[in-house]
Design a protein around this ligand. Structure first.
Ligand code: ZN
Length: 136
């Protein structure tokens, strides 16, 4: 794993949480993005080399809505950048970790992502992400 890429935080309402985190971090949200396949709206902040990703459900039945219903707002996942996501997924599977998706899927922020089941990672939802290369 190359570095801690971002921390994902589940929030109920981006219109309230974006200004809150802008105040907290003293830095403006630089990007918002909706990921329809995940039923989520995201907002990104830079904190040095790492980012904060706020996640709001775009749908009352979305995974983030369900998460907040169960656990409330708060840290949802931590994401590590990897150089080769398929190789890393194969390595982790061999080590006994349970992957939540068998193939990398398209996530926010131009990334391929894969999540590990929290039951194999001490309750922490871990995301692997790899920057997608733009074909020219
Ligand atoms: Zn994430």
């Amino acid at each position: 794993m190359l570095k801690l890429e971002h921390i994902g935080i589940a929030v109920k309402d981006l219109t309230a949480s974006v200004p809150l985190f802008e105040k907290l971090l003293n830095s403006l949200c630089y990007k918002t993005e909706s990921v329809e396949t995940e039923q989520v709206n995201t907002a990104f902040f830079k904190t040095g080399d790492t980012k904060i990703e706020l996640l709001e459900s775009s749908n009352t039945n979305g995974v983030i809505a369900k998460y907040i219903e169960k656990k409330g707002e708060g840290i949802h996942h931590i994401a590590f950048e990897v150089a080769d996501i398929e190789a890393e997924m194969a390595r982790l599977q061999t080590e006994g970790f349970v992957l939540l998706n068998e193939k990398p899927k398209q996530g926010a922020d131009n990334k391929l992502v894969c999540f590990l089941h929290p039951k194999t990672t001490n309750g922490v939802l871990v995301e692997l992400c790899q920057e997608m290369r733009v074909e020219i």
